[in-house]
Write a protein that binds this ligand. Structure first.
Ligand code: HAM
Length: 423
């Protein structure tokens, strides 16, 4: 009988992000911080755990997310808690909880973090995935919608993604929704018998959801259903016209996509998605839109809002496909020391270089020089700094460019500025 212990693996649909990939994740996040700050957004960090009722009320009880995909459990005191499947509801909850509306003006917030949905895992679809999102609360001005889309375009450009499509639609407000739903319901009565079982149910419970059904055989039927943009009331129609007109004015390309109603119930008026061919079947990299009624649905004051979430996992796939960004900064130097008497000056140098912000590595176990140079190579160090008995005596260390093989003799004080100049 073997007594080998089975190693424990990560949970299905979750994964470890490892270096050097995490370097790329950091680059993308740094760009988000920069671009969003330029548009005057501030970062919000909300808890990963929320009361289940937040998503039931916010996202909607009839949505796939709430019906099938949430990680919900009873806490020890019987309270029902859920690992957040998205963050917009959490941001609006925080907005209400901290009375941010009292601060006057619009509130612009962004977040970066993990979300959880129990979907079938595949490339670009995970059960723990990451979003970079932004929300604007307190304005229904269509120019805000355009600013949000412009900021997204700038961010995508900054991370090197140029091949993408912006799909745009308007789902109207509750006022036009009522009229549209009636038209849609009666159209569905005619055709629902030929659709999937989920759509047959949705046709009665939540007909809008029929529009984002993914079942292949249903697609030709869905194409012919009435469109939300043909049933907007006058204010919603004008709003959409202003959004599209201003997008054209700013040279931002979009594609009106009538079926785009999005899988969450809180949307009103503008909805959008950004797709990229580079990501495979799961090609929606960004989803977003207006949610002018969400604050009230969550017990807050009437507050219009709009925002988006970028699927960071998919964004990284697209960035890798475009080979746009390089992962993390490379190792500037590997320090090679020969004998015990060189270890102290070597570690002093390491400390000084690191304090200057340079990425530096040292091994504390003694090694033959040949092996040490092999390690420097394997780690991808740009330079090796060699400190032997002779170097210690002369006060000049050997600084070797690992790519060219060229060697310089430098006093410890000059090494930091030399490396910085060369990197
Ligand atoms: P969403 O469309 O559900 O919208 O998600 C946004 C993006 O998150 C998707 O386009 C996709 O890139 C990524 N995503 C979703 N599920 C997964 C998954 N299982 N694995 C990997 N990536 C995934 C929202 O979440 C809304 N909160 C967006 C929003 C913000 N609307 C207004 N403000």
């Amino acid at each position: 009988m073997s007594n080998r212990i089975e190693p424990i693996r990560s949970v299905k649909g979750t994964r470890d992000l490892l270096p050097p990939d995490t370097g790329l994740w950091q680059r993308v996040e740094a760009e988000a911080h920069r671009v969003f700050a330029a548009y005057h957004y501030g970062e919000i960090r909300t808890p990963i755990l929320e009361e289940t009722a937040l998503f039931a009320r916010g996202v909607g009880t009839e949505t796939d997310i709430v019906m099938k995909e949430m990680y919900t459990f009873r806490d020890r005191d019987e309270e029902s808690l859920t690992l957040r499947p998205e963050a917009t509801a959490s941001v609006v909850r925080a907005y209400i909880e901290h009375s941010l509306y009292n601060q006057g003006g619009v509130k612009k917030l962004y977040y970066i973090g993990p979300m959880f949905r129990r979907e079938r895992p595949q490339k670009g679809r995970y059960r723990q995935f990451y979003q970079i999102g932004a929300e604007v609360l307190g304005s229904e001005n269509p120019l805000v919608d355009v600013d949000v889309l412009e900021m997204l375009a700038l961010f995508l450009e900054r991370v090197g993604i140029r091949e993408y499509r912006l799909l745009l639609n308007s789902v109207g407000c509750p006022n036009c929704r009522a009229a549209y739903l009636e038209v849609l319901r009666s159209a569905l009565q005619e055709v629902k018998a030929g659709m999937c079982v989920d759509c047959q149910r949705r046709a009665d419970t939540n007909p809008l959801r029929v529009l984002d059904c993914k079942v292949e055989a249903d697609q030709p039927i869905i194409e012919k259903l009435p469109k939300t943009i043909d049933h907007l009331d006058e204010p919603c129609h004008r709003h959409f016209e202003r959004v599209t007109g201003e997008l054209q004015e700013r040279g931002l390309t979009y594609q009106v996509t009538p079926r785009l109603v999005r899988g969450l119930d809180y949307y009103t008026r503008t909805t959008f998605e950004i797709t990229s061919g580079a990501v495979g079947a799961q090609n929606a990299v960004v989803g977003g839109g207006r949610y002018d009624g969400l604050s009230e649905m969550l017990g807050g004051p009437p507050t219009p809002g709009i925002g988006f979430s970028i699927g960071q996992d998919r964004l990284i796939l697209a960035v890798q496909a475009a080979a746009a960004l390089q992962a993390g900064s490379p190792l500037a130097a590997y320090i090679v020391w020969m004998g015990e008497s060189e270890l102290r000056p070597a570690s002093r140098l390491v400390r000084e270089l690191r304090a200057q912000g340079l990425s530096v590595e040292i091994d504390y176990d003694p090694m033959k020089i040949k092996k040490a140079m092999g390690v420097a190579n394997k780690l991808g160090a740009r330079f090796a700094v060699i400190i032997g008995e002779g170097e210690l005596a002369s006060g000049k260390y050997q600084v070797k460019d690992m790519a060219s093989g060229q060697q310089q003799e430098l006093g410890p004080v000059g090494i930091a500025s030399y490396l910085k100049e060369k990197l």
